[in-house]
Design a binder for this molecule. Structure first.
Ligand SMILES: Cc1cc2nc3c(=O)[nH]c(=O)nc-3n(C[C@H](O)[C@H](O)[C@H](O)COP(=O)(O)OP(=O)(O)OC[C@H]3O[C@@H](n4cnc5c(N)ncnc54)[C@H](O)[C@@H]3O)c2cc1C
Ligand SMILES: *[C@@H]1O[C@H](CO)[C@@H](O)[C@H](O)[C@H]1NC(C)=O
Ligand SMILES: *[C@@H]1O[C@H](CO)[C@@H](O)[C@H](O)[C@H]1NC(C)=O
Ligand SMILES: *[C@@H]1O[C@H](CO)[C@@H](O)[C@H](O)[C@H]1NC(C)=O
Ligand SMILES: *[C@@H]1O[C@H](CO)[C@@H](O)[C@H](O)[C@H]1NC(C)=O
Ligand SMILES: *[C@@H]1O[C@H](CO)[C@@H](O)[C@H](O)[C@H]1NC(C)=O
Ligand SMILES: *[C@@H]1O[C@H](CO)[C@@H](O)[C@H](O)[C@H]1NC(C)=O
Ligand SMILES: *[C@@H]1O[C@H](CO)[C@@H](O)[C@H](O)[C@H]1NC(C)=O
Ligand SMILES: *[C@@H]1O[C@H](CO)[C@@H](O)[C@H](O)[C@H]1NC(C)=O
Ligand SMILES: *[C@@H]1O[C@H](CO)[C@@H](O)[C@H](O)[C@H]1NC(C)=O
Ligand SMILES: *[C@@H]1O[C@H](CO)[C@@H](O)[C@H](O)[C@H]1NC(C)=O
Length: 559
């Protein structure tokens, strides 16, 4: 587990102080890899949970100098990429954060600043083998999977238990297997070394087998090659009964289906996943932008063109990311001349507004990763960032009325004011077999995942938080009204305070997912906010007070 999911704040039912017997027994069974998890920033504070403590200058200097570094964050259990996961949202007094706004090194906290556990689980197990996960389940402690780093490539992978004569599996398919802690930086490097293309996210430190894959996982190449969930061939997963299971088309196929979109931290802990890979291939990339300081009228003109062009672009095999001032589109299927012609209207508009256009062919995804993804990654480093997003049906792009509804909604984002962020990444051309994954079926009938985000300061007051999240949730309701029930949202980029979350996240798949959850986790050992198995009344429970109290206040403000 490397980064944080925005909606799902997962936890175990039990994670408080153990009895010394249970403690030693557990620590022994995991070879001494049970650790206490204090927020890493705690070393900089003179109190922890209101008790005085000595500042640890060495540890404090280390966290301050690496505070904005996503790799540093991914390699520690007790800090996340984004601060909403470690703060207690409804109680600004219960967190342990440094000032992330003031560059590097982060300033020392004020002498009287407070530090508390926030939402970081108090203990964790540094997992090195599936047996450690079984032990974690037996004692209900958090397994941390970052150190499961194995990778292998198989040019003719056959899922275990599938016979060589099984339909579709002779003589196997090219696939990469990655351990539960491998991140995209590592798997892209490995795929490049093996001269193949791994279809993954737009980020270095997001894990390939974790929350990304299990909630769907979109890529700028997904329009052609499918979501992560479409491409995964096999999971090895420890279910809450402690049993290591292989889940694929030929065995435990219900679990396989559930893990292909039902969400991370819900059905078990994935120790390894195997995904289909493509040959190395050239990719045509279009980076077109208008000036960052363009007027709102120019931004609307740009967005109007984006809305009007996207259906045609999708049919021509493009995918990418669109904002109110830019697009980065890519496709492995168009040559340079065809790509330039296809992007001509966007190029003309951008240049007329003083912007830039660059359409080019690069030799591989590896080059896209190095040259485009890394410089363009989403900001991490401690911002508390909340998204609002809506799968936007293809049908809306087909009619002038539908397009003008989308444009009117985008205008509300600009008026928010917030940045438009559109993953243009639905599996538009892939259309493999939608019923084989458990993501919201709206993924397969939508064209855009229309999104935006709001950032909340590390030191925001309760009132600041409530006001920003109320505005955000009001906009989420406008998004829901824009698409109606044909839309939906993506767990990893959803507003965690949506009302009809079961329908919005999973549509018609929810009930079947719940049945599988009850089968493999009858005691509800794995639980998280707005995940399969969560119930609305849980919001009143003390263990969800950090989210639940905020949800109630937002709902009240929007009555
Ligand atoms: C900078 C950045 C860029 C992003 N870009 C994209 C993108 O291009 N496309 C996209 O689709 N999404 C993107 N996301 C969203 C991303 O997919 C989610 O944040 C995702 O949940 C991260 O998963 P993780 O396993 O790395 O993180 P974690 O915080 O470790 O885990 C997230 C959830 O999955 C569970 N989980 C983690 N590992 C396992 C495991 N091995 N077995 C079972 N459950 C597990 C955790 O319990 C938790 O509930 C991005 C996020 C960031 C911060
Ligand atoms: C578990 O045992 C190891 C090795 O003895 C020790 O370093 C670690 O602190 C122990 N964990 C806890 C939480 O006490
Ligand atoms: C929060 O910290 C910033 C510096 O990062 C400071 O400018 C601001 O005044 C602080 N806000 C509050 C509410 O304390
Ligand atoms: C710390 O001291 C400053 C200045 O005296 C004060 O404004 C602030 O509210 C105090 N903060 C806390 C958490 O007590
Ligand atoms: C990782 O690979 C090594 C070498 O192939 C193997 O011995 C080990 O068991 C693997 N570990 C896991 C957790 O799969
Ligand atoms: C890499 O793969 C591509 C596509 O299959 C192939 O054309 C190329 O020759 C390979 N390169 C090397 C160095 O093997
Ligand atoms: C945007 O910035 C450029 C360069 O600083 C400046 O020339 C231009 O006038 C600005 N445009 C607007 C609309 O503010
Ligand atoms: C460019 O815009 C014109 C006018 O709106 C439209 O007719 C044409 O199809 C567009 N061209 C492309 C390549 O999208
Ligand atoms: C155009 O894009 C390519 C690939 O993204 C990049 O390598 C190149 O430097 C860009 N050219 C210009 C002039 O920006
Ligand atoms: C986009 O489509 C709308 C509705 O069909 C039309 O009014 C508008 O002029 C189009 N814009 C562009 C830039 O072609
Ligand atoms: C909610 O959004 C509507 C526009 O859709 C606006 O009129 C209203 O003032 C907003 N309410 C809040 C509380 O932000």
């Amino acid at each position: 587990m490397a980064v944080v999911v925005l909606a799902a704040l997962c936890r175990f039912a039990l994670a408080s102080s153990p009895s010394s017997h249970a403690w030693n027994s557990l620590n022994n069974s995991v070879n001494g890899r049970l650790y206490q998890a204090r927020p890493v920033e705690a070393s900089c504070f003179s109190t922890f949970d209101e008790s005085p403590q000595a500042i640890d200058s060495t540890a404090c200097a280390a966290v301050r100098s690496s505070y904005l570094d996503p790799y540093y964050r991914a390699d520690s259990f007790a800090i996340y990429q984004q601060a909403q996961s470690s703060m207690c949202l409804s109680d600004p007094g219960d967190q342990c954060l440094l000032d992330n706004a003031d560059g590097s090194p982060a300033p020392l906290p004020a002498a009287n600043a407070t530090c508390g556990q926030g939402s970081i689980p108090p203990y964790y197990i540094d997992v090195r083998a599936s047996e450690d996960v079984s032990a974690a389940f037996a004692f209900a402690y958090n397994p941390w999977t970052r150190n499961l780093r194995n990778m292998s490539y198989d040019a003719a992978f056959v899922p275990s238990g599938c016979t060589s004569r099984s339909y579709n599996w002779t003589p196997g398919k090219p696939a990469i297997t990655v351990g539960g802690g491998v991140n995209f930086d590592e798997v892209y490097t490995f795929a490049h070394a093996n001269n193949v293309t791994y279809i993954g996210g737009y980020a270095s430190t997001v894990a390939a087998s974790g929350g990304w894959l299990q909630a769907g996982g979109h890529s700028t190449l997904s329009p052609v090659y499918g979501l992560g969930a479409d491409r995964v061939l096999q999971f090895k997963v420890v279910t809450p009964d402690g049993v290591l299971r292989t889940a694929n088309e030929c065995q435990n196929s219900d679990l396989y289906w559930a893990l292909r979109g039902g969400g991370g931290g819900t059905f078990g802990v994935v120790v390894e996943s195997t995904s289909l890979v493509e040959p190395a291939m050239p990719i045509t990339v279009a980076s077109i932008s208008i000036p960052k300081n363009a007027t709102e009228a120019s931004q609307m003109q740009w967005l109007d063109l984006m809305v009007n062009s996207s259906l045609e672009w999708a049919k021509e095999n493009w995918g990418g990311h669109i904002s109110q001032v830019s697009l980065v589109n890519m496709t492995p299927l168009l040559d340079l001349a065809a790509a330039q012609a296809s992007m001509q209207n966007a190029t003309t508009l951008a240049l007329s507004l003083g912007g830039k256009a660059n359409v080019t062919v690069v030799s591989s995804w590896w080059e896209v990763y190095q040259g485009v993804v890394v410089p363009g990654e989403a900001t991490t480093g401690g911002t508390a960032r909340f998204l609002n997003s809506r799968l936007t049906p293809r049908k809306m792009f087909e009619s002038p009325a539908g397009r003008s509804n989308i444009l009117a909604y985008l205008e509300q984002i600009l008026d928010f004011p917030a940045a438009v962020y559109v993953p243009f990444t639905t599996p538009f051309l892939w259309q493999g077999a939608p019923a084989s994954t458990s993501v919201n079926p709206a993924w397969y009938t939508s064209l855009w995942h229309t999104a935006m985000h709001v950032d909340i300061a590390w030191n925001s007051t309760y009132d600041d938080r409530l006001s920003a999240l109320t505005k955000l949730t009001n906009l989420t309701r406008a998004a829901e009204a824009m698409t109606g029930p044909a839309g939906g949202t993506y767990m990893n980029e959803a507003n965690p305070f949506t009302q009809d979350w079961k329908q919005d996240l999973w549509g018609t798949n929810y009930d079947r997912l719940l049945g599988i959850k009850k089968k493999y986790d009858p005691k509800g050992l794995l639980e998280c906010w707005n995940c399969v198995g969560f119930e609305d009344e849980d919001m009143h429970d003390d263990r969800y007070k950090c989210q639940g109290r905020m949800q109630q206040a937002i709902d009240h403000a929007l009555l």
